[in-house]
Design a protein around this ligand. Structure first.
Ligand SMILES: [Zn+2]
Length: 407
C-alpha cells in the first residue's frame, strides 16, 4: 500500500509537470497565474514546477507582461534551442528526415530517394548516415540532441523496436532499433509510421484532448492509427490500424502482404501506379502515355493523378475507383469506431485537391445511415514532413513518460 501511494505521488507530479509544459508549449510566453488556470493547478504547485524548469534551463523568463490590476506578472517561455529531436520517415519511395526544437518547431529537414531496402544491414547503415547528416545540420553539441525517432511502415514490436513484418519493404524480423542504436550516439526508438503521422496531426489540431481521431495515411501503402485524446491506441498485440490490409475486392490482385484483394492492393499509390503502367503496356494512345514519354517505368501515382486532371479517362477511372475503395474502407472504420475526427493524410492527398471530395462522397454512400454522424472529415495539415515530425513526437513522448527528458 505504501509503495502504491509513493507511486501515485510520483505519477501525479509527473502529470502536473506535463500539463505545465503543455501550457508553455501551446500558449507561451505565459505567466504563472495563467498556467495555473489553464492546467487546473494551484499557484504554489505551478511555482514549484516552474522553479525546477527554470533551474534546469528548460524555460526562461522574458520579463514582465501586461498587468491585469496588480503588479505585472513575469512571463515564461520554453527555451527553443535547449534541445532537439530528430525524426525519420522511412517511406518506400522517399526517406524524409526532420529535426525539431524544444517547442516542436521544425528547424532542419532533408529527403532522399529510398532505392533498394535490401540487404537490410546496408540499408540500416544508410539510415544511420542520414541521422548523422541531419544532426550535423543542427550545428549543436551532441548532448543537446535527445535522440532519433524512426517512423517505419509495417508491424513494429513495441518492446524492442524490431520490424516484425513490413510488406512494403519485404522485411521480416529486422532488429532495426538495435542495429541503429549501435551506430548513432543518441537514443533511438522505432514506431509504426502511421502512428507517428497521427500523433503529429493531432498535435497540430490542438484544442480538445477528449477527441477520438482516426488518421489515415494514403501513400505508397495505406495504414491508419487511432488516437484517443493524445494517446495512441495500439491494440492488444500492438498491430492495430492496418486498414490497408482489410479485404476490399476478394477477387482482386495479390497484395504484397500475401493476401488477395487488400485495400492497399487496389487503392494505394503503388496500386494506382501499377494500374497506370498497365495503360501504357496496352499501347493505346493516352495522355498518361504522353506524360510518361511512352515509358511505363516513369509512371507513378502522381503522374496518374495529373493525367486524370488533364482529361485522361482511363487515368480518371483508376483515381475514382481508388477513392471509391478508400471510402468503403473508411466507412467501415466510421461504423465501427464512431470517431470525432477522420484525418486523411499522405502523399496521395497531395496529388489532387479533389481526391478528398471523392473519398468523402464514397464514405457518404457507404456508411450506415446515422452512424458516425458527428465525425468531421478533413485533410491533414502537416505537409510532407508530418510523419518525420511525428517521429520526433514519438521520441519525446517516450523520453517523457520514461522520465528520461532532462527537464
Ligand atoms: Zn495486404
Amino acid at each position: 500500500m505504501q509503495q502504491l501511494r509513493k507511486m501515485d505521488r510520483i505519477q501525479i507530479a509527473q502529470i502536473n509537470k506535463y500539463n505545465v509544459i503543455r501550457c508553455l508549449m501551446r500558449e507561451g510566453p505565459i505567466n504563472r497565474a495563467a498556467i495555473a488556470k489553464r492546467a487546473g493547478l494551484s499557484i504554489p504547485t505551478v511555482m514549484f514546477i516552474t522553479e525546477g524548469l527554470l533551474k534546469s534551463g528548460f524555460i526562461r523568463s522574458i520579463g514582465k507582461g501586461v498587468s491585469s490590476g496588480g503588479k505585472p506578472p513575469e512571463m515564461l517561455e520554453i527555451v527553443p534551442e535547449r534541445f532537439f529531436y530528430i525524426g525519420l520517415d522511412i517511406g518506400r519511395t522517399m526517406i524524409r528526415a526532420a529535426a525539431v526544437d524544444a517547442v516542436s518547431r521544425q528547424v532542419a529537414c532533408l529527403r532522399e530517394p529510398t532505392d533498394n531496402p535490401v540487404p537490410e544491414r546496408k540499408f540500416v547503415d544508410r539510415i544511420a548516415a542520414i541521422i548523422l547528416k541531419i544532426a550535423a545540420q543542427l550545428k549543436t553539441e551532441n548532448d543537446r540532441i535527445l535522440g532519433a525517432g524512426i517512423a517505419m511502415p509495417g508491424l513494429i514490436e513495441k518492446e524492442t523496436g524490431a520490424v516484425l513484418f513490413s510488406p512494403d519493404f519485404g522485411w521480416n524480423n529486422i532488429p532495426l532499433q538495435e542495429w541503429l542504436a549501435a551506430k548513432i550516439p543518441f537514443p533511438v526508438i522505432v514506431e509504426n509510421a502511421n502512428r507517428a503521422l497521427a500523433l503529429n496531426e493531432v498535435f497540430l489540431m490542438g484544442g480538445e484532448t477528449s477527441h477520438t481521431t482516426f488518421a489515415v495515411n494514403l501513400g505508397y501503402g495505406i495504414g491508419a492509427a487511432l488516437v484517443i485524446g493524445e494517446d495512441l491506441y495500439t491494440g492488444a498485440s500492438g498491430t492495430s490500424g492496418e486498414i490497408g490490409h482489410i479485404t476490399a475486392a476478394s477477387q482482386g490482385p495479390i497484395c504484397h502482404c500475401g493476401n488477395r484483394g487488400c485495400l492497399e492492393a487496389v487503392a494505394s499509390g503503388a496500386a494506382i501506379a501499377a494500374q497506370g503502367k498497365a495503360i501504357l503496356e496496352s499501347r493505346r494512345p493516352s495522355v498518361l502515355g504522353d506524360l510518361a514519354g511512352g515509358d511505363p517505368g516513369k509512371v507513378d501515382a502522381a503522374l496518374v493523378f495529373r493525367a486524370s486532371d488533364m482529361g485522361d479517362r482511363e487515368a480518371a477511372r483508376i483515381v475514382n475507383k481508388a477513392a471509391e475503395y478508400i471510402g468503403i474502407g473508411l466507412s467501415m472504420a466510421i461504423n465501427v469506431l464512431d470517431p470525432d475526427r477522420l484525418v486523411l493524410c499522405g502523399g496521395l492527398m497531395r496529388n489532387s485537391p479533389s481526391f478528398l471530395e471523392k473519398i468523402t462522397a464514397s464514405i457518404e454512400a457507404h456508411r450506415m445511415r446515422q452512424a458516425g454522424r458527428a465525425v468531421i472529415i478533413s485533410a491533414g495539415t502537416g505537409g510532407e514532413y508530418s510523419t518525420a515530425n511525428g517521429a520526433c513526437r514519438v521520441l519525446s513522448n517516450s523520453l517523457w513518460w520514461n522520465r528520461k527528458l532532462p527537464v
